[in-house]
Design a protein around this ligand. Sequence first.
Ligand code: SAM
Length: 357
Amino acid sequence: MSDKLLDRDFITNNKVTNFDMNHHFDQEIDQNRTLEMNVKKALYSHTEFSAHQIITQSNKYKYHDVMEPTKSHDYLAEIVNAMASLNMQGLTNEALGQIDPSGVSFKAALETSIEKIVQRLNGRELIYVELGPEPIKTSFILQRLLDFGVSIARYIAVDINPASEAPLRPVFERILGTTPVDFVNASFDEFSLNAYLGQTQTPALITMLGFQEGNDDPHTITNWLQNIARKDDMLLSEVQLYSNSSALNISSFYRNPMMQRFSRIAFEQAVKDTAISVGRFYLLPVQTSDGEFIFAAILCEEFLDVDRNRKLFVSNYCLKFDFPQYRAYREINKHFKIVEETLTQDETLMFQISLRN
Ligand SMILES: C[S@@+](CC[C@H](N)C(=O)[O-])C[C@H]1O[C@@H](n2cnc3c(N)ncnc32)[C@H](O)[C@@H]1O
């Protein structure tokens, strides 16, 4: 069964709160759905909810309307704003990531990573490719690169959310002046720099920030990144790491009102926009397609269906790798080589730079 058919069934059925087709999801063997299914498994294994009470959807369905994929609905624009607001909080909270005032903060870790990128470029110009654009952190990175004298030949944003271009284009054009700014409204699996750029030799800095990497199975993400990047392109990624001591940091991020609103928006779109729901958060070990267990932050909305049965809608799931896991997945089939890792002092947040071999 194709993705599209599943989407259509889901939407049609679920607006009348018939969730039976969710069982079809269980039988899906498509790797892109493995994580979604395993998140469901973790929930019915570790909570009071049974499989038939749990409703899941693929990560990317939150970011576009599958029936009208190019339509910029208000709720999609609200998601773009929520991401920007979270990044604003992250960059303006000078203590984020610190244990004491002398330690490396989130902002300082990002600044260090930018300096490392500049050193590696060694005077070469770059093409900036942003997977899932967002204005605040990106403006900060672009401005720092320009301040270091880096020449940016082109900026390319790839996003499945059609509502991101309108507010973000003017922000990047203001910073970049005459540099071409492209917005590609596509899914990551459809995009490849080789195909998009043709013969250009200019190296690219590809960014995948905002914990996006945890939203799909690591092998799915690895396939996308391998296909997107060309030899010697640089990848800057950001991750929130799991450790025994970081569980509180993770749950506090998901308690942020922006994340809770994000969860409710996903529920309103997929299930029922008027139903009362209660936000739930779980941090559970979830199996990946290769059998490894990785902790995942899982946001849900609990509600009563038309028959007054308790249901749990999974609005967001994000893998929280531990440090060795994150390292291992980046280099798993030798397509990328890690060249820099910058951690915050509390070791909960990390920026990683890797090179496509
Ligand atoms: C978690 S947000 C991160 C936003 C931003 N990079 C940040 O640092 O906060 C994920 C972004 O990737 C986009 N996105 C998610 N899944 C996608 C997919 N499969 N293909 C293309 N874009 C996707 C979303 O629309 C959103 O802009």
